[in-house]
Design a protein around this ligand. Structure first.
Ligand code: FAS
Ligand code: PHB
Length: 389
């Protein structure tokens, strides 16, 4: 087999890159470890930046999002009983789209099917070969046979636990990591959202987030110790804890119901540099992880894909390789801004075991600045809705 761009990983990064390249006539093959059903069963991000919405429209995968997505003009940050609203439209003239990653992935699969894209699911033991040569290739096992794909380039879109990042030599990679001393217990419930906009709650008992997918599908999170397991939390215990962390007036409106999904995600900040090694280019979670507090994970993946797809279109269109040569530097500049924002909001909103009274006071001052200072709100809004590509 031969293709122009081999894509390892069929999550949002891999699917969006494949779609943008295929629409421009560039051949790809997507190699995905899981089944399509498994990929579509994941419940993850819920907030799309303007740039991500534009890219999905450019990819021809934005029609259902336009019909079923919900534009949000602001969000709330609560502290004790105070509700602080950040009006994105007023602060920076931008909005975000509330539309689940699960639906984005479904729309991308359908768009890829319409183009007759090549996806191979259930691949095992993927290995990247000869990355520093003009003839790189990928091998994998499936159905008891080893397969080979010769290619011009390889896009590593295989997430944090994938093989691509680790195909860059250890003495070349520089990794930056911060692991947070807590996780997020998330619940999906077929109940009306407690508020028409997202609420990020700072509370002495711990952080909470009230989000949603649609008028009858709510997504809630509470900060839990890393030692907690999902089975430690009954639905009743979850709802009681969420209510305790939301302002009383908000909690009084909370409609509870059975969880249809419940999981705990650890939180980390992570970046691996460089994003390129010869013919290999890393995109999305393969290269970086952010704590979900800033709603940046999926949106960073799509901005990487934007830069890489533009670079590949220039290469195949006019033999201009400057975008490929500059990809790592260009993508990392935006990645680090999102890293800072996600870290700062996580630090402002969560309870850290090691925090002193002084640290707690710093959280109160940060929140007070958002409540009283339009410049603070503008900076928050610009970062939350997405710094320019
Ligand atoms: P993904 O991890 O989504 O996709 C990688 C794909 O590669 C997967 O399908 C995997 O099966 C495949 N793969 C892995 N190894 C492979 C191999 N060796 N060979 C072939 N295929 C391989 N972001 C937010 O903005 N908000 C959130 O609330 C949020 N919640 C999250 C909750 C969880 C539990 C997790 C893990 C992430 C969450 N994220 C959130 C971040 C998430 O949305 C990611 O940013 C997004 O999925 C990134 O997409 P990809 O880069 O495509 O990586
Ligand atoms: C979600 O709806 O899953 C969500 C929204 C915003 C975040 C994190 C998660 O910051």
């Amino acid at each position: 087999m031969r293709t122009q761009v081999a894509i390892i990983g069929g999550g949002p990064s891999g699917l969006l890159l494949s779609q943008l390249l295929n629409k421009a006539g560039i051949e790809t093959v997507v190699l995905e470890r899981q089944s399509r059903e498994h990929v579509l069963s994941r419940i993850r991000a819920g907030v799309l930046e303007r740039g991500t919405v534009d890219l999905l429209n450019q990819a021809g995968a934005g029609d259902r999002m336009a019909r079923e997505g919900h534009p949000h003009h602001g969000c709330y940050l609560s502290s004790d009983q105070q509700m602080i609203r950040v009006d994105f439209q007023e602060a920076c003239g931008q909005t975000v789209m509330v539309y689940g990653q699960t639906e984005v992935t479904r729309d991308l699969y359908e768009a890829q099917d319409a183009l007759g894209a090549t996806h191979i699911h259930g691949v095992e033991n993927v290995v990247l070969h000869d990355l520093k040569t003009d003839s790189p290739y990928v091998t994998w096992d499936k159905d008891g046979q080893t397969h080979r794909l010769d290619t011009d380039f390889i896009a590593g879109c295989d997430g944090f636990h994938g093989v691509s990042r680790r195909s860059i030599p250890d003495d070349v990679r520089r990794e930056y990591e911060k692991v947070y001393p807590f996780g997020w217990l998330g619940v999906l419930s077929e109940t009306p959202p407690v508020c028409d906009e997202l609420i990020y709650a700072n509370h002495p008992r711990g952080f909470a987030l009230a989000s949603m997918r649609n008028p009858m599908l709510s997504r809630y999170y509470i900060q839990v110790p890393l030692t907690d397991k999902v089975e430690d939390w009954s639905d009743e215990a979850f709802w009681a804890e969420l209510k305790a962390r939301l302002p009383t007036g908000v909690a009084a409106n909370l409609v509870t119901g059975p969880s249809i999904e419940k999981s705990i995600a650890p939180l980390r900040s992570f970046v691996s540099e460089p994003l390129r090694w010869g013919a290999l280019f890393l995109c999305g979670d393969a290269a970086h992880i952010v704590p979900p507090t800033g709603a940046k994970g999926l949106n960073l993946a799509t901005s990487d894909v934007h830069y890489l797809s533009q670079a590949l279109l220039a290469y195949y269109g006019t033999n201009d390789s400057s975008g490929l040569d500059g990809y790592s530097h260009q993508a990392l500049a935006r990645i680090w801004k999102a890293m800072r924002f996600s870290w700062s909001v996580t630090t402002m909103m969560h309870r850290f075991p090691e925090h002193s009274d002084y640290d707690q006071q710093m959280q109160r001052v940060e929140l007070d600045m958002l409540a009283t200072d339009p410049t603070a709100r503008k900076l928050f809004a610009q970062n939350y809705t997405g710094v320019p590509l």
